[in-house]
Design a protein around this ligand. Structure first.
Ligand SMILES: NC(=O)c1ccc[n+]([C@@H]2O[C@H](COP(=O)([O-])OP(=O)(O)OC[C@H]3O[C@@H](n4cnc5c(N)ncnc54)[C@H](OP(=O)(O)O)[C@@H]3O)[C@@H](O)[C@H]2O)c1
Length: 182
């Protein structure tokens, strides 16, 4: 398999397996799970979003070390049972759209918290995701100043008052929900 060398020095396969929505429909689940198993057996190591519990039921399922999910303060569905599951199984959570596709950069609650720390709403949104030690955030930005601001957010620590204010506006999930995907 041709590998693509990342700037970090890591090599990743050029071809992966897209698994979005695989395993969701009962009628086709068995065939789809078998397909993931086959992909792993033939050497596939680049797997897109997968149903983690099904993945773990496969012999090589535990080779997965990170799961990329839509996760931000305004999309907290993954907190209900997926993030705890990740923790129990040593899988890192990679939060995509951590600023909710830019929406939290314009949010007044985040702006208010940010003013207390002298930072922007986006920085607070990222610090909120990164408050958990096993969560990685991958914000997108094509702007130099935004990129610098986003990297600085890794050193911002939110206090209990900040978190309570954010919880009041964006409460944690009380039941399982379909996770956001786009
Ligand atoms: N696995 C998947 O299915 C999946 C799906 C979606 C996304 N992703 C990955 O996740 C990455 C990020 O997700 P995303 O792009 O959907 O959402 P996002 O990172 O939450 O938001 C990106 C938006 O926020 C703006 N932004 C970033 N930093 C900002 C700042 N400091 N101040 C103000 N605005 C700021 C960006 O505009 P500027 O360019 O102007 O800064 C852009 O419009 C994607 O690039 C992709 O790699 C993965």
């Amino acid at each position: 398999m041709r590998l693509v060398r990342l700037a970090s020095g890591e090599n990743v396969p050029a071809l992966g397996l897209g698994t979005w929505r695989m395993g969701e429909a009962r009628r086709t689940r068995a065939v789809e799970v078998a397909a993931v198993q086959t992909a792993i057996e033939i050497g596939n190591r680049l797997i897109d979003t997968a149903d983690m519990q099904q993945l773990w039921s496969l012999p090589a399922g535990a080779n997965c070390v990170a799961n990329q999910v839509y996760y931000s303060a305004s999309e907290r569905g993954a907190e209900f049972d997926l993030l705890p599951w990740h923790r129990d199984h040593g899988v890192a959570t990679m939060a995509y759209s951590p600023i909710d596709q830019g929406a939290l950069a314009r949010d007044t609650t985040f702006a208010t918290v940010g003013r207390r720390h002298g930072v922007s709403a986006s920085s607070v949104a990222l610090a909120w995701v990164l408050r958990q030690p096993d969560v990685i955030a991958i914000p997108m930005s094509a702007s130099g100043p935004h990129l610098r601001e986003n990297f600085a957010a890794a050193n911002l620590e939110l206090n209990a008052d900040d978190l309570a204010q954010i919880d009041a506006q964006f409460p944690p999930p009380k039941r399982k929900r379909r996770l956001a995907t786009t």
